[in-house]
Design a protein around this ligand. Structure first.
Ligand code: GUN
Length: 293
């Protein structure tokens, strides 16, 4: 069994980005610039945004974070988005989700200039991905594809079973793996909350991608020998340890790792790759749309 080490792979990719960024600056051009908007004080969201900022700065990008009060109105948020849409010094930005309940998430995402949508969440970019003309791919699916690729795992002709159909992970990764892309051409089955007899499908997976948000849902008897397992879940489970909690994924690592040929750990698997993909999309925005403004 091999651990797919997202931390190691992501730091290799970050080194490559740092070199590209140094090259850009050596040519006398400004660095790529990513901005993030965080509304409220949700600890998980704060931690994600901090990690994104740290990663962006570590490769030499400029990073700006806008921290807005929980009570920010939709109108105020839209005004900031309009400002960033127009700012030639910002190549791309994200609005960290989830947003407070009084703000309409779809309206906010639709307002982002698709050329700056480095999360790849705008319907325009999702549409381009579906037709095979994608520019920005959602960060977690892009990170999963990079993980598989850099681990030497072929997907063409394989049966990929995706558990979860969220707009951020399950749906886009299913599309990306099934398209006639360089890294696609898989046969894909999507399972979700209404799927009957989940293990019937998970047992058939050559590659199992789990993004469902349920701690340790996938047990050892639900997979076949030699399966490749990508665990997107991350959960803090309270316990009696000194820290008061431990981290787990959507997969029962102890059981499933005994049968898997390759498996991602949680933490240190998919998480670091998501951030790297955001940097990749920022470089794309800079090179394709931003550089010579
Ligand atoms: N919340 C959880 N994951 C993500 C992500 O990839 N992007 C944004 N903007 N919010 C998130």
């Amino acid at each position: 069994m091999q651990i797919i080490d997202g931390k190691k792979i992501s730091s290799e990719i970050k080194k490559e980005f740092a070199q590209r960024c140094a090259g850009i600056i050596d040519c006398g051009e400004r660095a790529p610039h990513i901005a993030a908007i965080l509304v409220g004080t949700d600890p998980a969201s704060q931690s994600y945004v901090n990690s994104k900022e740290k990663a962006a700065k570590s490769v030499g990008f400029t990073s700006t974070v806008y921290k807005l009060d929980e009570k920010t109105t939709e109108k105020q948020l839209i005004e900031l988005i309009d400002f960033l849409n127009e700012d030639d010094e910002v190549d791309g930005f994200i609005v960290q989700l989830p947003l407070p309940k009084h703000i309409n998430t779809d309206k906010v995402i639709n307002r982002i200039n698709p050329k700056k949508d480095v999360d790849g969440f705008h319907p325009h970019n999702l549409g381009l991905m579906v037709t095979g003309d994608g520019v920005f791919f959602p960060a977690t699916p892009l990170g999963i594809i990079k993980l598989l690729k850099r681990s030497g795992i072929e997907v063409e002709g394989k049966h990929c079973v995706v558990v979860g159909r969220s707009n951020i992970v399950g749906t886009p990764i299913s599309i990306m793996l099934s398209r006639n892309f360089e890294y696609g051409n898989a046969t894909v089955t999507i399972c979700h909350s209404k799927t009957k007899n989940l293990e019937f499908y998970t047992k058939q997976a050559d590659i199992l991608i789990v993004a469902v948000g349920k701690p340790e849902l996938i047990k050892g008897d639900m997979v076949k020998e030699g399966v490749v397992v990508i665990d997107v879940g991350i959960h803090r489970i309270p316990d009696d340890s000194e820290k008061g909690y431990h981290i787990t994924g959507d997969v029962d690592f102890k059981e499933v790792s005994k049968k898997a040929s390759h498996i991602t750990p949680v933490p240190g698997g998919v998480g670091p790759m998501t951030i790297v993909s955001l940097l990749q999309n920022t470089l794309t925005a800079y090179e394709k749309f931003g550089k010579n403004k």
